[in-house]
Structure formats: structure tokens, C-alpha cells
Design a protein. Structure first.
Length: 149
């Protein structure tokens, strides 16, 4: 039996829904759920820490399939900051990644930017760009906004 598209409900969803589905797919090593989060465009882009720029759904799928062959990815999005407009949204965040090493469980930190566009299929990811981070990245650096009334 062919698997029905699991995420038809997110067609009318939000960038937050797509992002949640993306990290859920990583946790479950579910390539179909993960690819459902991406826009159906030739120029979508994914960059993993220290990795090459992957352009297009074929390259992105192959890379995640290779990752999932080693198991799921336990990346937890934290400290999410958002910039939104009518047809695009940018989320920059810290991913806390759980790693199993010969010395036991460890945590790594990754700085990530997820870009979403509103497409005919609903909101979809068009960019996932991640860079190595450190535990110090858990603290934001910058000026807190001042609200004048």
C-alpha cells in the first residue's frame, strides 16, 4: 500500500508548522516527512556544518537519506528568532544536537537559519543553513529592542 502524504494538513499551516514537522522528521529519520517540508523548487538549498552547498531536492534528499542510514538526528530547536512578511519567513535559531559517542552521550550546538516561502502548496522551506556552534551560542548577543509608547 502506498503511503499517503502524512502532512497534507500543513498545506494551510504556518512556517512554525513546517519547522516543527522538519525537526520531527529528523527525530524519526523520516525522509518523506522531511521532503514534504521543502518547496518543490530546483533552487532550494541546504548547508550542513562544514558541508557543501546542496542545491535542489535530489541532492538534499540523497544527503538526508545518507544521514538517516546512520539513525535519526536528535536536533532540538531553541532560542528561535523570527522575521516574517506576507510571503516569506526567516527563523534563526540554535539547534541543540544530542550525539552518542564512544565516551557516552554528548551535546553539540549548531547555529541554523531556516527560510520559508509561501508557495501554492502552502508554506515550505527553501533554505536550511547550519554552522557549527558552541555552548556560548545559547546566549544572545545584541541590543534588546526598546518599545516606545
Amino acid at each position: 500500500m502506498k503511503r499517503a502524504k502524512l502532512h497534507a494538513a500543513i498545506v494551510g499551516g504556518t512556517p512554525d508548522d513546517i519547522e516543527q514537522s522538519f525537526y520531527e522528521a529528523l527525530h524519526n529519520a523520516d525522509i518523506e516527512q522531511l521532503m514534504d517540508c521543502w518547496a518543490e523548487e530546483d533552487d532550494i538549498v541546504c548547508v550542513h556544518p562544514g558541508g557543501p552547498r546542496l542545491i535542489g531536492p535530489g541532492a538534499i534528499r540523497a544527503n538526508f537519506e545518507s544521514m538517516f542510514a546512520n539513525g535519526s538526528v536528535q536536533a532540538h530547536p531553541e532560542r528561535i528568532r523570527k522575521i516574517s512578511s506576507l510571503a516569506s519567513a526567516v527563523h534563526h535559531l540554535v539547534e541543540r544536537v544530542e550525539l552518542i559517542t564512544p565516551q557516552g552521550a554528548k551535546q553539540a550546538f549548531v547555529l541554523a537559519t531556516n527560510v520559508f516561502h509561501k508557495t501554492p502548496q502552502g508554506w515550505r522551506m527553501v533554505v536550511h543553513h547550519a554552522s557549527p556552534g558552541t555552548p556560548n551560542d545559547m546566549a544572545d548577543v545584541g541590543v534588546k529592542p526598546v518599545v516606545l509608547h
